[in-house]
Design a protein around this ligand. Structure first.
Ligand code: UD1
Ligand code: CA
Length: 469
């Protein structure tokens, strides 16, 4: 037997062409705060209590499926995009054993679980055949208009098919509905494509159910922002702005300071600890976690990285890296994937680090490239040191043991090991291992030629040494 009134399945329509996006990417995969639009819809439907989520795919079906391969969702295919009514019909078999079906469109990323829950409860309480979530908006253009009598919905008229009087209605169809499963699929059989777009509209079931004497009700969303559809890049930017405000507001509510929230980009799911201060223009993306009491100065960009407590980062770029407590980074540092800075490390201006570990309290203060290295604790890497990790064919690792001191402008040619507490003289090109406690000097000796300048002048016939060539 089917479920009961307390549970429901969700069907998300996501097969459309998305023509207005003018994109190679399927519309529902366009991201809002780092997550594809469809991802927001799926997670809110689940959070609202949908026990199953069925996604109708069509345009870019394989790409869409791949994007959600890790999640608990089912897919059905709408091979040809003949309209929203036709799309829902494709899910008929998938929901055969359900009593109530929540239908949503994949292009409304701002909907929240709370609102979906209220819709479902309203629908169940009133035992309606269908409940349409509506909203009153300042500018209803582009949306279907809701024709009502009391709280009963008589019809939904698409803008392109609407009369001037109908267009004046400011209550719009959100594209979210609760349906009695049996009744909606019966009604769908009677939907035709006799309209301006030549499509089978899901919205036409409203009139059909009314003709059959069924109850179709409106449930008005309190916040019209939640039902904003995304059809073009302009609406994409609007939705991004609204979601961004929500995310930053909730971080501030948990004790994070933003000096100028409107200038920051923070993805859904980014975590930031208390008393961390975020300066203007900071970008935090993907699975990034930042600890407490940090200072992040613009225009830093951090992607998929973990940052500890009391870390200071100034105008730097960090990707797939781990930064432990008390580290200081920047300005102008580039941490590439696989970098791990342990507690108390300092990385200064114009330093690039990749696939390397830097031990506690070590310093890489200026102008260095550190690639494929294991650096111990209390190591000092002088200005301009280059880890020569690539021989044109292979990458090799360099080990710098605890307490070593690498003089300025040295090259460490990997594979090579610099022993504990040893020194590398400035300007060395080190190709052989340096044993513990040793001094390595790997540069040609300096030779001074006394009186050379005067002799040259005599030879060249009196030219001044300061004269330009
Ligand atoms: C639709 C509604 C409109 C509502 C608006 C809310 C219809 C006929 N119109 O208009 O009343 O105000 O949403 O945003 O339903 N889709 C398919 N297969 C198709 C066609 C569409 O899966 O053959 C999917 C799309 O991927 C999209 C959703 O259905 O996620 C809505 O389609 P769209 O073309 O965006 O409809 P609107 O014109 O916005
Ligand atoms: Ca739409």
């Amino acid at each position: 037997m089917g479920g009961n009134v307390v549970d429901f399945a969700a069907v998300v329509l996501a097969a459309g062409e998305g023509t207005r996006m003018k994109s190679e990417v399927p519309k529902v995969l366009h991201k809002i705060c780092g997550v594809p639009m469809l991802g927001h819809v799926i997670s809110q439907a689940k959070k609202a209590g949908a026990k199953r989520v069925i996604v109708v795919v069509g345009r870019g079906a394989e790409e869409v499926k791949r994007a959600f391969a890790e999640q608990e969702v089912e897919f059905v295919l709408q091979a040809e995009q003949k309209g929203t009514g036709h799309a829902l019909m494709q899910a008929e078999d998938a929901v055969k054993s359900e009593d109530t079906v929540l239908v949503l469109y994949g292009d409304m990323p701002l909907i929240t679980a709370e609102t979906l829950k209220s819709l479902f409860e309203f629908h169940a309480r009133n035992q309606a055949a269908a409940t349409v979530m509506t909203a009153r908006v300042k500018d209803p253009s582009g949306y279907g208009r809701v024709i009502k009598e009391g709280n009963r919905v008589l019809a939904i008229r698409e803008e392109k098919d609407a009369s001037p009087e109908e267009r004046a209605i400011d209550e719009i169809n959100s594209g979210i509905y609760c349906f009695n499963r049996e009744k909606v699929f019966n009604a769908l059989e009677q939907v035709n494509n006799d309209n301006v777009q030549g499509e089978y509209y899901l919205t036409d079931v409203v009139e059909i159910l009314n003709r059959q004497g069924e109850k179709v009700l409106a449930f008005e969303a309190q916040d019209p922002d939640e039902v904003q559809g995304v059809n073009d890049r302009n609406q994409l930017a609007q939705a991004q702005a609204i979601m961004q405000k929500r995310i930053i507001r909730s971080l501030m509510a948990r004790g994070v300071t933003f000096l100028n929230p409107d200038t920051c980009v923070v993805d859904e799911g980014v975590e930031i600890g208390r008393d961390t201060v975020i300066y203007p223009g900071v970008i935090l993306e993907g699975k990034t976690r930042i600890g407490e009491g940090c200072t992040i100065v613009g225009y830093t960009r951090i992607i998929d990285s973990v940052v500890g407590n009391r870390v200071e980062i100034t105008m730097s770029h960090i990707r797939e890296s781990v930064v432990e407590d008390g580290v200081k980074i920047g300005p102008f540092v580039n941490l590439r994937p696989g970098t791990h800075l342990m507690a108390g490390v300092k990385v200064g201006d114009f330093v690039e680090i990749k696939n390397s570990k830097v031990g506690e309290n070590s310093k890489v203060p200026h102008l260095s490239y550190v690639g494929d290295a294991d650096i111990g604790r209390n190591v000092n890497i002088g200005a301009g040191v280059i880890f020569v990790n690539y021989d044109g064919f292979k990458k090799h690792r360099t080990v710098v043991e605890d307490g070593a001191f690498i003089g300025c402008n040295s090259n460490l040619v990997a594979p090579v090991r610099i022993g504990q507490g040893s020194y590398v003289a400035a300007g060395s090109t080190v190709t052989k291992d340096v044993e513990e406690g040793a001094l390595a000097i790997a540069r040609s000796r300096q030779e001074n030629k006394p009186g050379w300048v005067k002799k040259r002048k005599e030879r060249e016939g009196g030219g001044s040494s300061g004269k330009q060539a």
